[in-house]
Design a protein around this ligand. Structure first.
Ligand code: FAD
Length: 573
């Protein structure tokens, strides 16, 4: 009794003083323990001076939604979060969860824990949104526990951060027979299935052909997720399972199928070649230029892109990891707002959904439709030509340059690619009269900027983009009133005044591709490439530091240490 009271007092002290818990983190990490925390929810609809708070509804608790919630600081909002999962999942570690390098609970943090310290009034509902009614500013939701339990939530601002679903490209048999690697539950299913295959293949009455099939693991998709999973699986098999299942170890085969000519296409060529060579050395059967056309319960049919040759691969477990597609609820919403002809929900550069006033979309469920310079070129010229003379002097041009670069980031990218320091250099190059350029007319201006839109690029569907968008939008919400009075964005070229906020800018911090055997490829800004064991340590430190709480950080680090000392757990639970 005494000891339990003592424990409770200790525990309460840590919860009430988070800084204390941080100081003791090292001790917790070493002992493999975790911090316990509880959520508190309250609801207040009016601020201190009696003004009604603006209702913000956030759909989704992934990277984008959680980053928005963590960074929202202005208490003028009453926030309702709706998501079928009551936790945030650190997706970059899901491949590690599939083989038990890291436990599932170590990569998730309850959303109520995350928001409880926030001064903003945030409530959570475990439900899914199945319809967005833009005209009446309402979202239709249903409980994930009881489908008949439906309810309506109204909003002043809606933040759509629902992520995406797996893209099967309508390949027959994929949904019924393949496993995905998108959610925590998917990773847990894969972990169970791998062990299931080994246990079944070890039964005495199984033929060698059947054993071979059961232990044939096929990964479809050579992107970062598929590659990392194949590498994790190879490590699990070669470091842990071959010792535990010596009688079947010679039957194991891992295949990676990729439709294009190379894996890890979005990475530097040096990384692609290193990864392909490493997989070859490790005995991972890499089949590039091979497209899956059908999956049955025991066989995968593929077609060689170049020759059209068909073949079949018997398999025990197939993991489908070929990219993402828009969720049905978002597709319906797109139809409602006149975006039916698009594949992905389009927003402007301030993350506001095109065709709406107060709906924002971020993360994997949306894409920024970057305004082209050439669409606005006449308006830009008119705004810059302050004396309405019909020509633009260098001075007039220089006064507008910052706004142009702010509004159209492709201009800066174009200059960087051409090694030019300013837009004036571009005018000089276009006119071809060196230092002599004093003024340009509208046609010369158009011709100078005619190529800049070639630099417009879609942002990748990554956690990095989603998290940065979440914190950017929260920052805009925090300063909504201030920026309404004193706009700080670029000039509105087609209308009068300025934009309230500066547009969203993505800052690329680099990307990793773990390749197994304690080797990782890192591609950092400036195309700096590092491959090997040192990058693996960089990967460990970055992913430990990026955890959303000290609790998950300590759990992840202790999982890594446990794996180093005892290996991975192969129990099928
Ligand atoms: P998500 O994180 O998918 O969150 C979507 C949220 O919406 C979830 O909470 C979901 O439950 C909720 N939701 C779904 N339907 C509804 C509904 N109807 N109503 C309400 N809520 C709903 N990116 C990187 O940058 N680096 C990596 O190393 C990396 N590794 C990855 C590894 C794996 C295995 C996977 C699957 C992804 C990885 N990514 C990585 C990509 C990254 O996870 C995504 O880009 C990121 O999760 C997108 O964030 P999001 O908030 O848009 O969507």
């Amino acid at each position: 009794m005494r000891s339990s009271n003592l424990y409770e007092r200790f525990s309460r002290t840590f919860r009430e003083h988070p800084s204390l818990s941080r100081s003791f983190l090292a001790v917790f990490v070493l002992s493999g323990g975790g911090l316990v925390a509880y959520s508190v929810a309250n609801s207040a609809k009016y601020d201190d001076v009696g003004n009604q708070k603006k209702k913000v509804v956030v759909l989704g608790t992934g990277w984008a939604g959680t980053s928005f919630l963590r960074n929202l600081k202005n208490p003028m909002y009453d926030v309702q979060v709706i998501s079928p999962r009551n936790y945030f999942a650190f997706t970059p570690l899901l491949p590690s969860v599939t083989v038990g390098t890291v436990e599932a609970r170590s990569v998730v943090e309850p959303i109520r824990n995350i928001v409880k310290k926030n001064k903003v009034n945030i409530n959570f509902c475990e439900a899914e949104c199945f319809k967005i009614d833009e005209k009446n500013k309402k979202v239709y939701c249903r409980s994930t526990k009881d489908e008949k339990e439906e309810f309506l939530v109204d909003y002043d601002y809606l933040v759509v951060a629902m992520g995406a679903r797996v893209n099967t490209f309508n390949t027959p048999g994929v949904e019924e027979n393949c496993l995905y690697l998108k959610e925590v539950e998917d990773a847990q299913k894969i972990r169970r299935k791998v062990i299931d295959c080994f246990e079944k293949a070890s039964l005495p009455n199984v033929s060698d052909d059947e054993r071979k099939r059961m232990l044939q693991f096929v990964v479809v998709g050579g992107g970062p997720t598929g590659v990392e999973f194949a590498a994790e699986l190879h490590d699990f098999v070669s470091e842990d399972l071959v010792e535990l299942y010596p009688s079947v170890k010679n039957f194991v085969k891992i295949s990676l199928l990729e439709a294009t000519d190379h894996i890890l296409n979005m990475f530097d060529k040096r990384i692609t070649s290193f990864a392909e060579e490493k997989f070859y050395r490790d005995g991972i059967d890499l089949k590039t230029g091979s497209m899956v056309v059908k999956v049955s319960d025991k066989e995968i049919s593929t077609k060689e892109i170049k020759t059209g040759k068909m073949s079949t691969i018997p398999y025990g477990m197939a993991v489908w990891s070929t990219g993402i597609a828009t969720r049905p609820v978002v597709l319906d919403f797109m139809k409602e707002i006149g975006q039916a002809n698009r594949r992905v929900l389009a927003t402007d550069e301030w993350l506001r959904v095109e065709g709406t006033n107060n709906i924002y979309a971020l993360g994997d469920c949306a894409t920024i439709n970057q305004r082209r310079v050439m669409e606005d070129i006449s308006s830009i010229f008119e705004k810059a030509d302050k004396d309405q003379s019909g020509t633009l002097t260098v001075k007039e041009f220089q006064e507008t340059v910052d706004d142009i670069c702010d509004r159209y980031p492709q201009v800066q990218l174009y200059l960087k690619n051409k090694n030019m320091s300013s837009l004036v250099d571009l005018l000089k190059e276009s006119k071809g009269d060196g230092d002599a350029v004093k003024e340009v007319n509208v046609d010369e201006f158009k011709s100078a900027l005619s190529q800049v839109d070639s630099q417009v690029k879609n942002l990748p569907a990554t956690a990095q983009v989603a998290a940065q968008q979440g914190s950017y939008l929260a920052d805009c919400f925090n300063r909504m009133d201030k920026c309404e009075k004193r706009p700080e964005g670029p000039i509105r070229f087609r209308e009068s005044g300025r934009h309230r906020f500066r547009p969203f800018r993505y800052k690329h911090l680099g990307q990793f591709a773990p390749l197994g055997g304690e080797q990782t490829a890192a591609q950092l800004p400036g195309d700096w490439v590092s491959i090997g064991h040192s990058s693996q340590w960089l990967w460990y430190s970055v992913y430990a530091s990026k955890q959303v709480s000290w609790r998950t950080r300590s759990l992840v680090v202790s999982d890594w240490m446990r794996r180093f000392i005892f290996g991975r757990d192969s129990s099928q639970i």
